[in-house]
Design a protein around this ligand. Structure first.
Ligand SMILES: C[S@@+](CC[C@H](N)C(=O)[O-])C[C@H]1O[C@@H](n2cnc3c(N)ncnc32)[C@H](O)[C@@H]1O
Length: 193
């Protein structure tokens, strides 16, 4: 299961793993969600994708690995050091637009086309600006979040927030929702109208 076979190991994955260690970055998503993103991006040829919260780019390279040549991805983070480091590693990748911006403001101001998949992996797009982020998903597209099962590093009160978010998403009629007690706790919302 989820082994790093050569065929599924994204280009630059090892370099970004080294970077993650070097920077002591501890918020990377786990391997389960990374492979899920790879598969879901592969299901949308000529797709346009969004990652909120680049981190050290480990999920991002899985998204890129799944994407076809015509697809594009925007990934953003508000930490200049992270964005600069990922940019240096992925500077040959023409399908990628990396942005160093505040996620809340960017989402609020975004007026471009809808996305085939949004991986919302920062506070913005998940615990703030949720409605606008969900509006940005195309019909048939996916909104994906992880870290929904209790994590050892959660501050007090966060579990209630995560549960409220799941309930809010489950009660929406414009998305079909699947929650999975797998990996760190995943929710896949597919826009149905
Ligand atoms: C969970 S980590 C992302 C991990 C990455 N997606 C991965 O899978 O490896 C969350 C990231 O969100 C970024 N972040 C936090 N607040 C933000 C904000 N207001 N706007 C943009 N990025 C933010 C952090 O700098 C951090 O890198």
């Amino acid at each position: 299961m989820n082994t790093l076979s050569k065929a599924r190991t994204p280009k630059y994955f090892r370099e970004l793993q080294d970077l993650t260690q070097e920077l002591g970055f501890s918020m990377s998503s786990d391997m389960g969600i990374q492979f899920l993103l790879q598969s879901l991006c592969a299901s949308k040829p000529n797709g346009i994708f969004l990652e909120l919260g680049t981190g050290t780019g480990l999920s991002l390279v899985h998204m890129l690995h799944g994407m076809d040549r015509e697809s594009r991805v925007i990934s953003l983070d508000n930490d200049p050091k992270l964005i600069e480091s990922v940019r240096q590693t992925l500077d040959q990748e023409t399908r990628l637009e990396l942005l160093c911006v505040d996620g809340d403001r960017w989402i609020e101001e975004y007026q471009g086309e809808g996305f085939d998949l949004i991986f919302a992996d920062a506070w913005p797009g998940k615990y703030s600006q949720l409605d606008k982020t969900l509006q940005m998903v195309k019909k048939g597209g996916f909104y994906i979040i992880d870290d929904l099962l209790p994590q050892p590093n959660w501050p007090e009160g966060h579990q209630a927030k995560a549960e409220a978010l799941i309930t809010e998403l489950e009660t929406r009629t414009d998305f079909a929702i699947t929650t999975m007690e797998w990996s760190t706790g995943i929710l896949i919302a597919t826009k149905i109208n």
